[in-house]
Design a protein around this ligand. Structure first.
Ligand code: ASP
Ligand code: MG
Length: 412
């Protein structure tokens, strides 16, 4: 008998019919003898609808505490509906809000972090044979204020509960049947991965693969919670995310290719090449609360140098303003901005033990005459910035070069 935490996302509980399907599924697990804790999101679209209401009332400036009071209601609806659907099917069930469980968080409204989970109530209910249904995305601070965990936060609730309860597995049910080598909409021959490590998943998630909230993967890695991504309504093994790196000959060097179009590039040209210049340029940027991703400083000519970095596209205008101010203070030659860029990354723990991975990547891009504008590497990934219009071509070329394409389907 296993203890399983199952999380169902917004589309999986998006209609009454779907909630009933989820109830049927949970019932089957329960009848198998497993102890089940279910975490649900709000019905799809609901959180957006609520946020929009708040914006209408407040000229786009909702007070974070009150916003949390409101947006936490979406999940309160789905826990009750799912518990009702289970009870109607003869499955003993009980629903709890984050506050009722006592999922204690800090007080950072709309992006709170879980500090502690009281498992007393849940354990007692499980011992009494009940399925426990818990609201995702929400908690409560020391003072009793309702908090929320950031968009997509129900994943984190699921993982945190699984960690607190030392569950055998945390199953994330969603509208895809697992984690893919890359986005199948870009590469039709992308394949579902049987397994991926937390580390790789973290890179994939932070590089734009949107299957799981990043924080939930961090959490799962930290507490070693086996995490499985599965399709809500199709049978299949899904993708297991775990700690162990298998030492197998067949293990591909690259597990996946991630990409995003969310970045913009800024260059400040002709700045004096003196100590402290990077700080002078990036200090004001981080002072404006803008996160910088990639950074490149050129080798100096004539005692001046060029400095390039990328930021999230939403921060582009702000960053440009900050940089122009810095440029005039430093007497820089010019500031150039470019929003038509994309980042493509290859990710894989296999890189640690294989040389030449980056050059294989560059070769594949060169064959397609795709110009690389920036490069950054870490132990398990290589990222490049390229012109946005070549993004799909680049991803397809890399998917083939690293032998990730699914075998062609036979047509006869
Ligand atoms: N309902 C929340 C959201 O839409 C949390 C979640 O779905 O995970 O972001
Ligand atoms: Mg989600």
């Amino acid at each position: 008998m296993a203890l399983i935490v199952q999380k169902f996302g917004g589309t999986s509980v998006g209609t009454v019919e779907r909630i009933q399907q989820v109830a049927e599924k949970v019932k089957k697990f329960r009848e198998n003898g497993d102890d089940i804790v279910v975490v649900v999101s709000a019905m799809s679209g609901e959180t957006n609808r609520l946020i929009d209401l708040a914006k209408q009332i407040t000229d786009n400036q909702p007070v974070a505490r009150e916003l949390d009071v409101m947006i936490s209601t979406g999940e309160q609806v789905t826990i009750a509906l799912l518990a009702m659907a289970l009870i109607k099917r003869g499955v003993e069930a009980v629903s709890y809000t984050g506050n009722q469980v006592r999922i204690l968080t800090d007080n950072a409204h709309t992006k709170a972090r879980i500090l502690q989970i009281d498992d007393t109530r849940i354990r007692a209910d499980l011992a009494a044979g009940k399925v426990v249904v818990v609201a995702g995305f929400q908690g409560v601070d020391e003072q009793g204020n309702i908090t929320t965990l950031g968009r997509g936060g129900s994943d984190t609730t699921g993982v945190a509960l699984a960690a607190a309860l030392k569950a055998d597995e945390c199953q994330i049910y969603t509208d895809v049947d697992g984690v893919y080598t890359t986005d199948p909409r870009v590469v039709p021959r992308a394949q579902r991965l049987e397994k991926i490590t937390f580390e790789e998943m973290l890179e994939m998630a932070s590089l734009g693969s949107k299957v799981l909230q990043i924080r939930s993967v961090e959490f799962a890695g930290k507490y070693n919670v086996p995490l499985r991504v599965l399709h809500s309504f199709q049978e299949g093994p899904g993708t297991l995310i775990t700690l162990d790196e298998e030492e197998s000959m067949e293990q591909p060097i690259i597990s996946g290719i991630a990409f995003n179009r969310d970045e913009a590039k800024l260059t400040i040209r002709g700045v004096p090449d003196v100590p402290g210049i990077a700080f002078k340029i990036l200090g004001p940027v981080s002072g404006a609360n803008i996160e910088v991703d990639m950074i490149v400083q050129n080798v100096a000519h004539d005692n001046t140098t060029d400095f390039t970095f990328t930021v999230h596209r939403n921060d582009y205008q702000n960053a440009l303003q900050v940089l122009e101010k810095t440029a005039s203070e430093l007497g820089a030659r010019e500031v150039i901005g470019d929003t038509n860029i994309a980042k493509v990354s290859i990710v894989g723990v296999g890189m640690r033990s294989h040389a030449g991975v980056a050059s294989r990547m560059f070769e594949a891009l060169a064959k397609e005459t795709i110009n690389i504008q920036m490069i950054s590497t870490s132990e398990i990934k290589v990222s490049v910035v390229i012109e946005e219009k070549y993004l799909e071509l680049a991803v397809r070329a890399l998917h083939t070069a690293f032998e990730l394409d699914a075998p062609a389907k036979r047509t006869e």
